[in-house]
Design a protein around this ligand. Structure first.
Ligand SMILES: O=P(O)(O)OC[C@H]1O[C@@H](O)[C@H](O)[C@@H](O)[C@@H]1O
Length: 319
């Protein structure tokens, strides 16, 4: 019998494998966090499937979150990326959604975490190529009965949050699981963090028509890059799907691209409105944020039984 120890060992002659770079991940039943090996991270609250943090590899936060935001599930989160569904604002003359609270119930419902997938299993993947996708679900079956009463349709929502080294993509799929059609609107209410709102310019909306909600809902046309110098609340309907670029002090900081979402809302409450919101802190926090919100809100998506609607945004960072 040949002694095992005397055999040439295949293992001994194989060079040690370099450890595979890994995505770090945690799920504490109220929020899900994922960190790429290069340091980029995303944090999603199950309440509203609200993205509450997105950091670049150097640890810099890219989203604005109010210091007074409630994260305990008692109020929609002020900051991050709340999800607006099935109504944008309130639409009292639209019978199906008239009873719903402002911006609907998706942002105030507890979502289910469906799972994660990452590119780390691909053979030979380098740390720099890694990405992670987190999936969340909400359906009429797990909706709070009070919300169900206000909008009595069978539906399914899948929300996916994809973190790459230099971008964040969030996409929503709505399905009609009912035997009758329903109307809906969706919006990704993204609070982008800036250093100084007075140094911000937003391009990519040139010639777009918009409804100016702070000027009697008049319809206007954007003639030059948008600067924010006071309360701003506009619903843009750009003709094409050009990226919206946010620059600060002349440097591009964010590019926001849309997939199948025809509107962009730009919102900044400015001093007085911010002071009037109990969950907006600090009071001068409006200087450090601008909401650029891709959505489908100027009309209705009417979904027939079995139909689905999908829309997405990708926010890319400039290095
Ligand atoms: O205070 P809420 O419900 O989060 O809404 C914030 C803002 O959301 C924006 O999308 C709307 O255009 C604004 O009119 C609204 O004020």
């Amino acid at each position: 019998m040949v002694e095992r120890a005397n055999r040439p060992s295949a293992l001994a002659s194989t060079p040690a494998l370099a450890p595979q770079p890994q995505v770090t991940f945690s799920d504490d039943n109220s929020r899900v966090t994922a960190v790429l090996p290069t340091g980029e991270s995303v944090e999603v609250l199950l309440y509203g499937a609200t993205v509450i943090s997105w950091k670049s590899g150097d640890g810099a936060e890219k989203l604005w979150l109010s210091e007074a935001a409630r994260l305990d599930g008692t109020k929609a989160v002020r900051g991050g990326i709340p999800l607006v569904f099935p109504v944008f604002g309130t639409v009292p003359n639209h019978a199906q959604t008239a009873k719903l609270p402002q911006h609907g119930f998706a942002r105030t419902s507890r979502w289910e975490f469906l799972g994660k997938s990452s590119s780390e299993s691909a053979p030979g993947s380098a740390a720099a190529d890694l990405s992670v996708k987190l999936d969340f679900g909400l359906s009429s079956a797990n909706l709070d009965p009070s919300a169900r009463e206000l909008w009595p349709f069978e539906f399914g929502l899948i929300y996916s949050v994809l973190l790459n080294r230099d971008s964040l993509t969030t996409s929503l799929v709505v399905t009609n699981d009912d035997d009758k059609p329903f109307d809906c609107q969706v919006l990704l209410h993204t609070y982008l963090r800036v250093k100084d709102i007075t140094a911000v310019e937003i391009t990519g909306l040139a010639d777009a028509s918009y409804v100016d909600k702070v000027d009697g809902a008049k319809t206007k046309t954007q003639s030059s890059p948008l600067t924010i110098t006071g309360e701003t609340d506009r619903v843009y309907s750009p003709a094409g799907d050009a990226a919206v670029i946010v620059t600060e002090s002349g440097a591009e900081i964010f590019s926001v691209t849309r997939d199948n979402l025809g509107n962009v809302v730009v919102w900044n409450p400015w001093a007085d409105k911010a002071a009037g919101m109990a969950d907006f802190a600090p009071n001068d926090g409006f200087k450090n944020m601008v909401c650029v919100e891709p959505g489908s809100v100027s009309g209705w998506q009417t979904l027939e039984p079995g139909d689905a609607f999908e829309g997405a945004q990708t926010i890319t960072l400039y290095s």
